[in-house]
Design a protein around this ligand. Sequence first.
Ligand code: BES
Ligand code: MN
Ligand code: ZN
Length: 505
Amino acid sequence: MQITLNTESFASVACDWLIVPVPQSSEDSQHLADLDKALDGVISSLRERGDLTGKLAETLTLPVAPGIAAERVLLVGLGDTTGLQIESFERALLTAIRQVSTRKDQRVAVALPCGHTGPITTADAVKIIASGLVVGSSGQGLYQAEPSRFPFAEAVIAAPGSADEQDELEEAAEQGTIIGEAVNLTRELVNRHPGEVYPETFAQRCAQIASELHLQCDIFDEPRLKLERMHALLAVARGSEKPPRVVVMKYKGGDADAPTIALVGKGVTFDSGGLSLKPNDGMKSMKADMAGAATVLGAIYGIARLKLPVNVVAAVGLVENMPSGSSYKLGEVLQARNGVTIEVLNTDAEGRLVLADVLSYIAEQDVDGIVDLATLTGACVVALGEEVTGAFTNDSQWCNSLLDAAQRAGEPIWQMPMFDSFDEQLKCDIADVRNVGTRWGGAVTAAKFLQRFVGDHPWVHLDIAGPAYAESTKPHREGGGTGAMVRTLITLAGKDDTFEEDLDD
Ligand code: BES
Ligand code: MN
Ligand code: ZN
């Protein structure tokens, strides 16, 4: 979607819908006051009558708009804007954008709420609006004859009087567009059904994106995975008719001695649970169990398109977890790439087995910090709910850098404990480790399991079992794949201080 900047007055923007964010306080900016005047005082009288409150994400439609170039106006509340948070700003924008994206070929403009974005800079506000226009106008109805959401024919950000900053704001709009497209790539892959997205087709998509963006891309097929000693990952794949793949992609945006971030993703394209079969309800959304891999792909796509000055190596482990005569069994002992032996006591704890091998592979490379992403445990959703990512680490500085990136990206995240005592749950009589602990603290024992495969590298594990996939649609976001953490990873890669402060000491 091409997003353009318009530096004329709000009243002069020709479009089907003009989205106007309004603060709760009635101290309107000059530009908003001008719009009110052009609309013959409609906005101020709606305020006086109490019809327009400006409460966060509350919307009000003006179906006709005499006196201005727009056909219709959608007013949306920003709440109290003094300490406006990115998350709230986004919630308001997405609510409005989603409301006007239900018809084909719409020309939509968003009025920049100049002076009412609290701590959010004008350039950041433009970036957030641009990504909101891209994400909010794209739906999950991939297979519907009559979809309910349509990308806009034209999208404009109205920033009156900003001609001085035009270059900077145009760049911000372009960056926001790319970030939105990266989020949509992840969402699309998560939303596609598991008859279509399986290890080979996911790997093909990686190859196609790599060739578009001139990234190095290696695809490991089964014989290669055997040569690479990825026996834990191969065991998970064994019950499926679909052969596994591991894809390693490299983006070199920094010079040769610049630091390298490793991104690792769980790509279980369908998780039936294997012989430890899931009940129907638990299996319904398990096409989304490749969201970690999709997030990694979305992130490297965004980072490469933004040409960020870093090096990134991205690795995804792609398997299908199925029950069959050839499935891996309870009691079976597997040897991961790094030599660690694992007794399988639940074939539904498969993600950690896949990640064990991919993390071991990455830990042998020259990388400065690792982030893995996985829809790893239901226990993390019990602990933090459906919208908050769990963060687990062996290095608090690297984790702080990531938490800071999440905050700047407006994505909710919470750090979980990693006490050694959790490790005791994984003690095993026959092998080095067992693949499940007790009922309690399941998200932490899973992270403790992964820690055995990352060596001494600074590492953060992100459990996105809750936020990666939304069961239902809300006014501000579509159900299905969400693209959670794509923006955080892009922000992490783009931060000036990611390595200086956090790793080089
Ligand atoms: N993919 C699931 C975790 C999951 C659950 C993701 C709900 C999204 C929503 C994972 O492979 C799994 O099955 N984990 C088990 C682990 C258990 C057997 C120790 C779980 O959470 O029940
Ligand atoms: Mn599972
Ligand atoms: Zn799983």
